[in-house]
Design a protein. Structure first.
Length: 246
């Protein structure tokens, strides 16, 4: 009998331990924190915002080629947290699913359906030994014609749900605590307010003042439903507004 509590059950993806746990799936959640990056998503009254840290690990790397933000369709996009190679594989699959929906039904896939499809595929990876779970989490934003701004998160276990505000990565618990306090008053945030709430939350949990080149911010809104990344000049404007307010 092995002395550790996992007793070899972590070697098999498809076998439950006696406590009813799948250790490989739990390890996939730990892999999300390996990059040391935190991402935050916030939903306003007519906009949805995602923000993440931008860390360039080597001075020889071209900074423009380092990103955690990905466009999935014209109006939907996501921020990926965790293993970036796994993240790109999941993004490619999400783009394929969105394109297939467009081809079949003639209109763009709703955000909740895309989140559900990505989560379903992740769940499949937890019950087939042929594929390991992906060590990344996807935070999706989009603007729904009927429901307005949408923010969804999907994890390696195949769980997905819609959020008013959420976070992922190494400082997820701390960020969620801050967001819960801000959400408690049920605020009606404009696009600019949502962006600044997301930036200030991320800045607080990682305990640093950002330069525009150190974060990536993407937004969708009712006025401009297309998924787009903010330029460094726009980010600078929001950082200045936060500094003046504080």
């Amino acid at each position: 009998m092995a002395s550790s509590s996992s007793a070899g059950f972590d070697r098999h993806l498809t076998i439950f331990s006696p406590e009813g746990r799948l250790y490989q799936v739990e390890y996939a959640f730990k892999a999300i924190n390996n990059g040391g990056i935190t991402s935050v998503g916030v939903r306003g009254t007519d906009s949805a915002v995602v923000i993440t840290q931008k860390k360039v690990p080597d001075k020889l790397i071209v900074p423009e080629t380092v990103t955690h933000m990905f466009q999935l369709t014209e109006n939907h996009g996501c921020v990926m947290t965790g293993n970036i190679a796994d993240a790109r594989a999941q993004v490619e699959r999400a783009r394929y699913e969105a394109a297939e929906w467009r081809y079949k039904f003639g209109y763009e896939i709703p955000v909740d359906q895309l989140a559900m499809r990505v989560a379903d595929i992740s769940q499949l990876y937890t019950q087939q030994a042929a594929m390991r779970p992906l060590g990344c989490t996807m935070m999706l934003i989009g603007h729904d014609i009927e429901r307005g701004p949408q923010l969804f998160k999907s994890d390696p276990a195949g769980y997905y749900v819609g959020y008013k505000a959420t976070s992922a990565g190494v400082k997820m618990v701390e960020a969620n605590n801050i967001l819960e306090k801000k959400i408690k008053k049920n605020p009606q945030w404009t696009k600019d307010e949502a962006i600044e709430i997301a930036i200030s939350t991320l800045s607080t949990v990682v305990s640093m003042d950002f330069k525009p080149s150190e974060i990536e911010v993407a937004v969708v809104s009712g006025d401009d439903p297309k998924f787009r990344l903010l330029t460094e000049t726009e980010i600078e404007g929001h950082l200045t507004a936060i500094a003046e307010r504080d």
